[in-house]
Design a protein around this ligand. Structure first.
Ligand SMILES: [Zn+2]
Ligand SMILES: [Zn+2]
Length: 147
């Protein structure tokens, strides 16, 4: 993929429009309970970029920031509720972006599951990607321990 590739993204109502300059840093499925509740979903697929790679084309004034933990902030559209971004003070130079809100393909596929021990009981995962969990959500989970 060309170095200057930009991929566009939007919220559900189209009020917030943004673009992300490749390359991304990582892409992962997050099963934490905060993601489940914030998105009303079994899990959420995120990718991360350096903050300066994210640019807004419209609707920055529609964004509302919610502090979901002592170090995390989730940003959503105040008109349609789409949860778009997550930032952590642990990584102040990065922004996490919801893959489902992108209009085109990014430069990588989801590579792992994180917070896998917190997953919804009704979510069945059928892939062979690494599964991380434990207290930090990032520790290896034995596949044998997964029912
Ligand atoms: Zn919206
Ligand atoms: Zn999460």
């Amino acid at each position: 993929m060309a170095r200057e590739t930009r991929v566009e993204g939007t919220c559900l109502c189209g009020g917030v429009r943004f673009s992300v300059l490749m390359p991304t840093l990582f892409c992962a499925h997050c099963h934490c309970t905060m993601c489940q509740r914030a998105h009303g979903a079994g899990y959420v697929t995120w990718f991360a970029v350096s903050t300066e790679m994210l640019a807004f084309a419209a609707g920055e004034d529609l964004l509302v920031r919610y502090s979901s933990s002592d170090h995390g902030t989730r940003t959503f559209c105040s008109r349609c509720g789409s949860t778009l971004f997550c930032e952590s003070s642990h990584h102040p130079d990065q922004v996490n972006i919801v893959l489902a809100n992108m209009s085109g393909e990014i430069d990588r596929e989801p590579a792992l599951h994180v917070y896998f021990d917190d997953r919804a009981a009704w979510v069945v995962v059928g892939d062979d990607l690494p599964r991380l969990g434990g207290k930090t959500g990032m520790e290896p989970v034995s596949k044998d321990s997964v029912p």
